[in-house]
Design a protein around this ligand. Structure first.
Ligand SMILES: Nc1ncnc2c1ncn2[C@@H]1O[C@H](COP(=O)(O)OP(=O)(O)OP(=O)(O)O)[C@@H](O)[C@H]1O
Length: 239
């Protein structure tokens, strides 16, 4: 059974239809990439999946269970983790403390188990050396790693990554990709919105293209990027 399923999900802001009858499924352990021009409705789709925005029509199912009316925190606890386009840590807390909050409240990890659980995630996401540092002062790659780590601390079965590779150097991007691949290899399903195409296609097995809120195409990355319609949309910005 699909871990996540969207069924004809639509959302308008006034006259602007930002999600237009979008339907797709993600299988357990799958990695799906989402691309599309600015304003295509990619982040809105994530907000519909996480419950930050309610759809006008359609359903969101997690493991076959209708979660369309569940508030965001309950969806986190049900297994939907998320990293944000603009990192949003508690800046006055240390890296470790940020994870602790995510693990205790999002992952429902018990007090006794939480320290070890968080240390494992710090190691997995390459943050062990900065565990005690205030998260507000971290350089960009480590802030991105912390976004990943906070999402992982909620014990997700599907993790949503929103433009996590943006703004990094090639070398930093390579490091982040290695961490994302390791997370994926452990069985966490991934849905990843990204403008840095080479990063995306090095991880995902399928690619979906959104344009004006509609799903234009979904399939193998090579096949999707070979489509004349997609190439036209991406002309000039292909990475
Ligand atoms: N809360 C809101 N109220 C009104 N309009 C909104 C709201 N959120 C998003 N929009 C509009 O919906 C459209 C889609 O926005 P969205 O952020 O989903 O696009 P996107 O594909 O993620 O773009 P980008 O690649 O720039 O992040 C945009 O025109 C945006 O201005």
């Amino acid at each position: 059974m699909a871990i996540l399923s969207l069924q004809s999900v639509s959302k308008s802001f006034g006259a602007l239809k930002v999600s237009d009858s979008v339907s797709f499924e993600v299988q357990p352990g799958e990695a799906l990439g989402i691309i599309g021009p600015n304003g295509a409705g990619k982040s809105t789709l994530f907000n519909l999946i996480t419950g930050n925005i309610a759809p006008d029509q359609g359903k969101v199912l997690l493991d076959g269970r209708d979660v369309t009316r569940l508030p965001p925190m309950e969806r986190v606890r049900a297994g939907i983790g998320r990293s944000f386009q603009i990192p949003q840590p508690f800046v006055h807390l240390s890296v470790y403390e940020n994870l602790l909050v995510a693990a205790r409240f999002g992952g429902e990890v018990g007090a006794a188990e939480a320290p070890g659980f968080c240390m494992d995630i710090l190691a997995q996401t390459g943050l062990a050396a900065v565990a005690e540092k205030p998260s507000g002062g971290l350089p960009l790659l480590q802030r991105k790693r912390l976004e990943l780590a906070r999402a992982m601390a909620t014990k997700p079965r599907v993790i949503l990554l929103d433009e996590i590779a943006g703004g990094l150097t090639d070398a930093e991007c390579g490091e982040l990709i290695a961490t994302i691949k390791a997370i994926h290899a452990e069985g966490t399903a991934i849905i990843w919105i990204e403008h840095v195409l080479h990063a995306l296609t090095s991880v995902v097995g399928r690619l979906m293209v959104l344009n004006f809120g509609r799903m234009l195409m979904i399939g193998a990355p090579d096949q999707v990027m070979a489509s004349p319609e997609v190439r036209e949309i991406y002309l000039g910005i292909e990475a």
